[in-house]
Design a protein. Structure first.
Ligand code: FAD
Length: 373
């Protein structure tokens, strides 16, 4: 380990890895630390029963931006996996996102887009919702009461740990609803998962950097800070400031992974369990991301969990209170001259992988333009 680095990068997730690669390419030295025992952050994949298992939930790369797609493909080959999840409500199975396949199965008398629109409009009118005030009203006004009750209510309440009447309509404002027979979840032109797993990609990005794992920034903050001229920080922003204004809230998750001695468990990569009495929200069957045929299969159940300090923060709760709190931290961060914040935890925002790459590229381009860096 060298004595001094141009950059200390806190977090070996996607944001930190892209920064390390771009800065390293231009001759900057980077020390990348992560408190976990592996690189990749939430993208981390590990080999289990000959399958690259997504340890922290299903990760499907998708973007419309050819530049970002080409950039990521430099680090590894992607397959043409298309995300077409299934919803299971008790013993009923439906296609997601909501589309004509869903509507015709739910309502046998619905045969055309006009039939489906009429049916949903009738349910919306019966519910007498003018201006949706909460997630429940927003959902009913978009897809009617039947779909809300069977496919949204239980899933969403498990996911967020609150009744739909207490959740913001904004959470599902961009819910895809289609009047075509199209199960492709994302609209994006470029989609897939890396055939050799995400960890392989992150390792290639980090090849030039010095990487230290199981190294928590806050356990040796002064020593680590002294090791570099500048810091790129991708951890929780409130923790960086010692929670001085208060704690930002998250939802957490628990993953339970099992290897099964059978060819296929559910026949699809992602099945959402939408009934309230099933404690998990999703089961991922990893081999279906890759279309492989081995005799065993690996499944992961995803259980939503209340978050508290010490548990992994997954989904920021971007309500008015938390957003206002984040804004106060962001103002502090803006005043820093040698620390740069980026990634989902430092920005307190759910960010897709493509956005993370774009933002890391923007940050490093700015840093490299500045002659002083
Ligand atoms: C369940 C789930 C499913 C998702 N599915 C998709 C998907 O299908 N498609 C998609 O595009 N995006 C998806 N995402 C989003 C994707 O995970 C993020 O875009 C990506 O992980 C963000 O990368 P990051 O580097 O910002 O954060 P992270 O991956 O969280 O990396 C931050 C790293 O910082 C480390 N760290 C934090 N604090 C410290 C500290 N004090 N000291 C040292 N290290 C520290 C953490 O251990 C972590 O490794 C999903 C997210 C979740 C939660």
């Amino acid at each position: 380990m060298a004595n001094h680095y141009d950059y200390l990068i806190v977090g070996a997730g996607l944001f930190g890895a892209v920064c390390a690669y771009e800065l390293g390419k231009k001759g900057k030295t980077c020390l990348v630390i992560d408190k976990r025992s592996h690189v990749g952050g939430n993208l981390y994949t590990e080999l289990l029963a000959v399958t690259h298992v997504h340890r922290y939930g299903a990760h499907v790369f998708h973007t419309d931006n050819k530049k970002i797609w080409d950039y990521l493909n430099k680090f590894g080959e992607f397959n043409n996996f298309i995300n077409a999840p299934i919803a299971r409500y008790h013993d009923e199975l439906y296609n997601l996102p909501f589309n004509m396949n869903t509507f015709t199965k739910l309502w046998p008398d619905v045969l055309t887009p006009a039939d489906a629109q009429r049916r949903i409009a009738a349910e919306r009118e019966a519910a007498k919702i003018d201006q949706p005030q909460n997630l429940q009203e927003q959902a009913i006004s978009m897809v009617g009461t039947t779909i809300f009750e069977k496919l949204i209510k239980g899933y969403t309440e498990k996911q967020w740990g609150r009744p739909c009447t207490e959740l913001s309509p904004a959470i599902i404002a961009r819910l895809p609803v289609r009047y075509t027979f199209n199960n492709n979840y994302y609209h994006d032109r470029y989609q897939g998962v890396p055939v050799a797993g995400y960890t392989d990609i992150i390792e290639k990005m980090l090849a030039q950097a010095t990487v230290r794992l199981q190294c928590d920034f806050f356990q040796q903050r002064e020593r680590l800070t002294a090791l570099a001229d500048k810091i790129i920080y991708t951890g929780p922003i409130d923790q960086f400031y010692n929670y001085r204004f208060g704690v930002l809230e998250y939802r957490s998750l628990r993953f339970e992974t099992e290897i099964l001695n059978q060819q296929s468990f559910q026949g699809n990569a992602v099945v959402n369990y939408t009934a309230a009495d099933v404690p998990y929200t999703r089961i991922i069957e990893h081999k279906h991301f890759y279309g492989t045929q081995q005799p065993q299969t690996v499944i992961t159940r995803e259980y939503p969990l209340a978050w508290q300090k010490g548990r992994e923060p997954y989904y920021p709760i971007n309500d008015a209170t938390n957003n206002a709190l984040y804004e106060r931290y962001r103002q502090l961060a803006d005043q820093e001259t040698t620390v740069y914040f980026g990634g989902r935890l430092a920005q307190y925002q759910y960010l897709d992988m493509a956005t993370v790459i774009e933002e890391a590229l923007n940050l490093t381009a700015t840093l490299l333009k500045n002659k002083k860096t």
